[in-house]
Design a protein around this ligand. Structure first.
Ligand code: BG6
Length: 489
């Protein structure tokens, strides 16, 4: 028995990928609401109209033309608009989580449900009430909520009118939003995460062989700085409002390996860890930028706008715990390689020792053990694996059953890897699997990339009854939780 008594077994979701009800009860739009569906091969598109009312689309991550306005077009499908309608199904869904024995449920709060534009002084009561009801439902089932304050969904109004996170004003707006969450849900929520996968902004600038300009790096690092300060201010506010609060960072955890033993690859690998993984974690856990940050900025002629107060805030706003997502490892090399693998956000050189998912993600449980041990040694803070899972095609049999042994195998190996890390001294307190219920993929916008223990009858063409059903993995995970991780068969 390696997992400690009271270990938080559970699952994770994000508001924009599951709630739906995108324009219900006063909610304002977010970027995902003007983002179409896509696939591994076809990027999701951001839609807009120009000043003559002509519709247009830009690939995600690309700049939209000057002077256009984000818009929902009649000709397109927007999977996040309906999600899996958690907004109306939350009671049923939480009851299913309870049936599996969940101890923790990770979810996020949609900023634009609380503040439809993002810059208002007064929050939307209907939004406040919705989350209060969700948390009460969790409480009824003895499930501890783990709440992500920002999961990729800045209100669209802030993107359009303030230029998004490059603008320091957003620090203030985010702090107001976070304070509202801490105050309103005091007593109902104790575990919080400030920003989901905060490190993505810079880490993925050059994925897929893209070349990023110095200008893009300048924006990327400034966005990160503004978010790191916003996070630090939220941590201070959260502690001030309730000293019981446990507040964490959330890093997109990828285990990077050198592609060869060429010392140049070894060095590149170290620098990739610094730029991709340690950069944000160091600030959030240690309260200051790592010694290598100056080198990273200099590489792209970046001069950051950092105030004296920012440095004080970063110092005073360190997190209580470190959480991360883990799906894959990546190989980095200075050598030319044609054999690249690609998922949605991430890519790397193919690793001949590993196999890959249908979406091109390396399946590597050892990489999870490596990450846990490396990070625990660096920060010595409680760790939480708050996303891990397999996006796969599922088939519904004629009798309605869904056999997903591939998902069970995936989880079994990753849980074994966590167990080894725990036995090696890592203080791991939670495991919330990603997409414990099928939901819209963040990267591709697909429904057919399914992660859940619970199947949702919703499809990429927008059809489906939204009915929920249990997959084989549902019963398996229930057994795992019931035995505190001892029974993995
Ligand atoms: C993480 C995100 O990047 O990976 C989630 O925090 C996302 O929002 C998850 O859904 C899996 O990625 P995808 O693209 O398969 O949905």
């Amino acid at each position: 028995m390696s997992f400690k008594e009271g270990f938080f077994w559970g699952g994770a979701t994000a508001a924009n990928q599951c709630e739906g009800a995108w324009n219900v009860d006063g909610r304002g739009p977010a970027m995902t609401d003007v983002t179409t569906g896509g696939s591994v091969k076809e990027s999701r598109m951001i839609t807009y109209i120009d000043k003559d009312g002509k519709p247009g689309k830009a690939g995600r991550g690309m700049k939209i033309p000057e002077g256009v306005k984000y818009a929902v077009l009649d000709t397109e499908l927007y999977p996040n608009h309906d999600g899996i309608d958690f907004y109306h199904y939350y009671k049923e869904d939480i009851a299913l989580f309870a049936e599996m024995g969940f101890k923790m449920f990770r979810m996020s709060i949609s900023w634009s449900r609380l503040y439809p534009r993002g810059d208002e002084e007064i929050p939307n009561e209907k939004g406040i009430e919705f989350y209060r009801n969700v948390f009460k439902e969790c409480q009824k089932h003895n499930i501890e909520p783990l709440v992500t304050i920002w999961h990729f969904d800045t209100p669209l109004y802030l993107e359009e009118n303030y230029g998004g996170w490059t603008n320091r004003k957003l620090i203030e707006f985010y702090e107001r939003f976070a304070r509202t969450c801490f105050k309103e849900y005091k007593g109902l929520v104790k575990y919080w995460l400030t920003f989901n996968e905060i490190n993505n902004t810079v880490m993925f600038l050059e994925m897929f062989g893209n070349k990023a300009t110095d200008e893009m790096y300048k924006d990327g690092y400034q966005i990160l700085h503004n978010q790191l300060v916003a996070s630090a201010r939220a941590v201070q506010a959260g502690h001030e409002i309730d000293s019981e609060n446990m507040i964490g960072c959330m890093i997109c955890g990828i285990t990077f390996y050198p592609g060869t033993c060429d010392p140049k690859d070894i060095l590149l690998n170290r620098h990739t860890w610094e730029k991709g993984i340690f950069y944000c974690g160091d600030v959030q856990c240690k309260g200051k930028y790592g010694t290598y940050a100056k080198r990273l900025w200099a590489e792209h002629n970046v001069k950051l706008d950092i105030t004296e107060q920012d440095l004080i805030d970063l110092k005073n706003g360190t997190v209580d715990m470190y959480s991360f997502s883990y799906y894959m490892s990546n190989n980095v090399t200075t050598h030319d390689t044609k054999d690249m693998v690609g998922g949605n956000f991430s890519a790397g050189a193919r690793n001949e020792y590993l196999t890959y998912s249908d979406w091109g993600w390396a399946l590597d449980p050892d990489g999870l053990q490596y990450y846990l041990e490396m990070i625990y040694d660096r920060y010595e803070k409680p760790l939480l694996v708050v996303e891990n899972g397999l996006g796969a095609f599922d088939t519904v049999e004629v009798d309605g059953s869904i056999h997903d042994p591939y998902r069970i195998d995936y989880y079994r190996e990753h849980i074994k890897a966590m167990e080894k890390a725990v036995n090696n001294g890592v203080d791991l307190i939670a495991y919330t699997t990603w997409g414990c219920i099928d939901l819209v993929s963040a990267g591709t916008g697909e429904m057919r990339k399914r992660y859940g223990f619970i199947y949702v009858d919703k499809h990429d063409d927008g059809t489906g009854t939204m009915a929920r059903s249990r997959k084989d993995s549902f019963y398996w995970y229930k057994k795992v939780i019931g035995s505190n991780g001892a029974d993995l068969e």
